[in-house]
Ligand binder design. Sequence first.
Ligand SMILES: *[C@@H]1O[C@H](CO)[C@@H](O)[C@H](O)[C@H]1NC(C)=O
Ligand SMILES: *[C@@H]1O[C@H](CO)[C@@H](O)[C@H](O)[C@H]1NC(C)=O
Ligand SMILES: *[C@@H]1O[C@H](CO)[C@@H](O)[C@H](O)[C@H]1NC(C)=O
Ligand SMILES: *[C@@H]1O[C@H](CO)[C@@H](O)[C@H](O)[C@H]1NC(C)=O
Ligand SMILES: *[C@@H]1O[C@H](CO)[C@@H](O)[C@H](O)[C@H]1NC(C)=O
Ligand SMILES: *[C@@H]1O[C@H](CO)[C@@H](O)[C@H](O)[C@H]1NC(C)=O
Ligand SMILES: *[C@@H]1O[C@H](CO)[C@@H](O)[C@H](O)[C@H]1NC(C)=O
Ligand SMILES: *[C@@H]1O[C@H](CO)[C@@H](O)[C@H](O)[C@H]1NC(C)=O
Ligand SMILES: *[C@@H]1O[C@H](CO)[C@@H](O)[C@H](O)[C@H]1NC(C)=O
Length: 537
Amino acid sequence: MEIVATVALLHLCLCATAAVSGSDSTETALTAAPGDIVLLPCYDIGNETPSLTTWMKNRQEIITSGGSSPNLSPAGQRLKVLRDGSLSITGVIPGDEGTYMCSSTLPGNNTFHARVLLQVTRGPVNISASIGPATALSNGTLIVYRGSTVFFNCSGSSYPSQQLTWTFRGASSSNGLVSLVSNSESWLDFRIEDIQPRAQGVYSCRANNTVSHQAANKSTQLLVYYVPDRHPECMWAPANDASHVQFICTWFGAYPPPTLRWGEDQGDHGAGWKESVYASEVTDSLSVTMNRSMLSDGQVLRCMAQHQALAQGKEKSCSFTLKPPYPEGEPLVTTIEATSLTLTCTEAVSIPPANTTWRKGLKQEVIVPGSKYVLSVEGPVFKLTILNISKDDEGVYFCRSENPLAVRELEVYLTVTTSSAHTGAIIGVFIAALIVGSATIIAKLAYSSRHRICLGDGFGQMEDSGDVLSLVDSDDEQIFQDAVPRLPPLTNGHHTTLVQIHRIPSSDHEDTETADTSPQQQEDTVQREEPVDLVTF
Ligand SMILES: *[C@@H]1O[C@H](CO)[C@@H](O)[C@H](O)[C@H]1NC(C)=O
Ligand SMILES: *[C@@H]1O[C@H](CO)[C@@H](O)[C@H](O)[C@H]1NC(C)=O
Ligand SMILES: *[C@@H]1O[C@H](CO)[C@@H](O)[C@H](O)[C@H]1NC(C)=O
Ligand SMILES: *[C@@H]1O[C@H](CO)[C@@H](O)[C@H](O)[C@H]1NC(C)=O
Ligand SMILES: *[C@@H]1O[C@H](CO)[C@@H](O)[C@H](O)[C@H]1NC(C)=O
Ligand SMILES: *[C@@H]1O[C@H](CO)[C@@H](O)[C@H](O)[C@H]1NC(C)=O
Ligand SMILES: *[C@@H]1O[C@H](CO)[C@@H](O)[C@H](O)[C@H]1NC(C)=O
Ligand SMILES: *[C@@H]1O[C@H](CO)[C@@H](O)[C@H](O)[C@H]1NC(C)=O
Ligand SMILES: *[C@@H]1O[C@H](CO)[C@@H](O)[C@H](O)[C@H]1NC(C)=O
């Protein structure tokens, strides 16, 4: 606007070009803007003063010097013939353009003619580059979202006519200059359907007055925001020690970078979510390290991505539900000497994944693969193969699973017999002994609670206190003692035998367990059980 106003004032100093045509006439072209005072010259060759000057516009007389104008239009008040015969127009208006002719009578009865072409031009003014629908940033930059349809409208006002041009300069050099031109329109519009990031750049709307060639422009930076269709990705990575874990959330392909938050789901969705935000950052990859004291079974950790291109309430997220490890397998294994044996342990539920290792003996020494032991992993199944079994291999083995939530162990007794002939009988006798001894053994339950019974810290205490249990030491039933696995002597020299016998769940529990109990519910039930029942005979 300012530029345009200045341009209008500059017209006061007229861009006149005069050409003499013949001895007694001149022709001049003038350009003026509305509101200007313009002076149309007549006789400007000599310095005589004409006695009479008549001005005609488009072959009609409009004013005569010395006398009143024959044409008493309101325009007459703006017109004045000066002493030298030139015509002054005060406050030019659109419509004043045309071909003006003057005839002046000079002393000596000479007549002089002059022709003046007057152009009235205005503008361009009120240039507007409107782009929408779009959101404006504080610096005037506009934002649109990928895939939307965007309308562009360049408008301006010029008199008598204008040329409008849209030009586009892409953000990257590969996007060249594109332009769209229209002639003599008051606006120039186009639209982009399904707008893409490559349409990001600076759009300029320019208006060029077709007569004065004055031009004005307006530029707007347009940003195309977008987000990927997919959800963020939630991952985990082991931290320095097993009680810590690093949760990583990534969401690449959003522009500009999104805000990622790591938090915890609390009951009903959304409402209380923000209260337990662990980390929040403008980034496409956010990681948070958490320790055991902050984690619990069933906790739902969620990473939420927020972005301007996602409607409110349409945030994208990923999550996982933490689960402690739960190694499963056969708790009692019998084999014969000089064979190979593979113990298997399945760890399928741990979230985040557990570090599962095979250990041997009450001290839980980590089993190192070698000529004696072969370790293998097939998906969730961890196998320990013991080669060339001897009586020394008899004892307790542990499949120990640890994740940042908890440590749990599967305990496996290995019984080694000298010949296959006795195996069946011994197993049968062993089972019978247990039934007699406790009256209630349910193998599944025994195994379910194993990790609470005699593992972890308990062992340290056992070592201190010496004998934990003496099992089945009845004089008349020697065979039972043979059948019961004997653990290796402890360092303090006491001979210790350990057994685990589990109580049948109370009738309450059985009542609540329905036939179609899901695995999840079953696990919960098991964990609520009274975990330890050590029975001494
Ligand atoms: C001037 O010329 C006009 C015609 O061209 C004539 O009628 C008039 O009488 C002349 N006047 C003088 C003073 O010579
Ligand atoms: C330019 O815009 C102003 C304010 O919006 C308005 O008053 C004026 O009439 C416009 N001029 C033209 C030539 O359209
Ligand atoms: C306006 O702000 C946005 C975001 O802050 C920035 O990317 C852009 O370059 C700015 N535009 C101009 C013209 O300063
Ligand atoms: C473009 O803008 C002009 C001036 O604001 C308006 O008169 C015209 O209707 C608009 N054209 C379109 C297609 O919106
Ligand atoms: C206006 O248009 C004319 C003719 O197309 C061109 O010569 C002139 O450079 C343009 N003026 C501006 C300022 O772009
Ligand atoms: C817009 O106008 C400015 C001066 O006002 C000029 O420097 C610039 O080159 C123009 N841009 C276009 C695209 O015409
Ligand atoms: C676990 O993290 C919390 C919060 O960062 C901290 O207060 C606590 O001391 C940490 N506990 C351990 C055992 O590192
Ligand atoms: C798993 O545990 C063993 C022994 O505790 C350790 O040496 C190993 O580095 C752990 N592995 C991972 C992936 O943490
Ligand atoms: C198996 O073990 C016995 C003793 O434990 C040993 O004498 C024998 O050489 C071993 N056999 C193989 C094939 O390793």
